[in-house]
Design a binder for this molecule. Structure first.
Ligand SMILES: Nc1nc2c(ncn2[C@@H]2O[C@H](COP(=O)(O)OP(=O)(O)OP(=O)(O)O)[C@@H](O)[C@H]2O)c(=O)[nH]1
Ligand SMILES: [Mg+2]
Length: 202
């Protein structure tokens, strides 16, 4: 069930603000609440941002490893949607993987404006070691994250999957209790996610 949506935010233009390949390239004067989309390569982070704003802001690809920087997109200067590179993509060099992991971790640890982290999990896949590592780190840092299932148009056993993911949520102290199930392709769960984001805007 979604709360009332403040449609004006979602009707406003989604503006690309900046792309950063390291934490110190991120300007420290943004002062807008941020929501970050984190997850394995190819899980659907960029697609979900595009679906939320109703246009192609973020680059999407069938090949994992599409997003290679942190990209900031602003909605009416009220909220920043932050698209991160994916983790766990084996087909890039160790050096590149380490670079992406570093920028993801630095951003999560040091960004002052993060209001919520959406930890995306492909509904067809189990929660993997990398996801666990991120969740454990966020628990340790006390940063609230919310599990978002992606690509639910691809599955037929949603109830079973929800129940497994709920066990994961219960066992993680910083995991926000509400699970959101989405499909960017079929526009499922987008209003649920939009209303969560709206609650974070002052
Ligand atoms: N069926 C289906 N496919 C999706 C959905 N969301 C994304 N995809 C597909 O999954 C692939 C990866 O999507 P991206 O949005 O680029 O994934 P990403 O997490 O940003 O990937 P990286 O930038 O490489 O980390 C693309 O081929 C998308 O079309 C969805 O809801 N349903
Ligand atoms: Mg991407």
């Amino acid at each position: 069930m979604s709360a009332l949506l403040n449609k004006s935010i979602w009707k406003s233009e989604c503006k690309f603000v900046i792309s950063a390949t390291s934490f110190n390239q991120i300007p420290n004067n943004l002062h807008v609440p941020e929501v970050a989309f984190v997850g394995r390569s190819n899980v659907g982070k960029s697609s979900l941002i595009n679906a939320l704003v109703g246009k192609t802001c973020a680059r999407v690809s069938r090949q994992p490893g599409r997003t290679q920087q942190i990209n900031f997109f602003s909605l009416n200067n009220k909220i920043m949607l932050v698209d991160l590179p994916g983790y766990g993509y084996a087909a890039v060099s160790k050096k590149t993987r380490e670079l992406w992991d570093r920028i993801i971790l630095d951003y999560l640890k040091f960004s002052p404006n993060i209001k919520r982290i959406f930890l995306l999990i492909d509904s067809r896949r189990e929660i993997k070691t990398f996801d666990m590592d991120v969740a454990n780190l966020l628990d340790k840092l006390g940063l609230v994250y919310q599990i978002v299932l992606t690509k639910i148009d691809k599955i037929s056993n949603l109830d079973e999957i929800i129940s497994l993911k709920k066990d994961f949520i219960i066992s993680h102290s910083a995991a926000y209790p509400r699970l959101i199930c989405t499909s960017s392709n079929k526009n499922i769960g987008l209003n649920d996610l939009r209303s969560e984001i709206e609650l974070l805007i002052k």
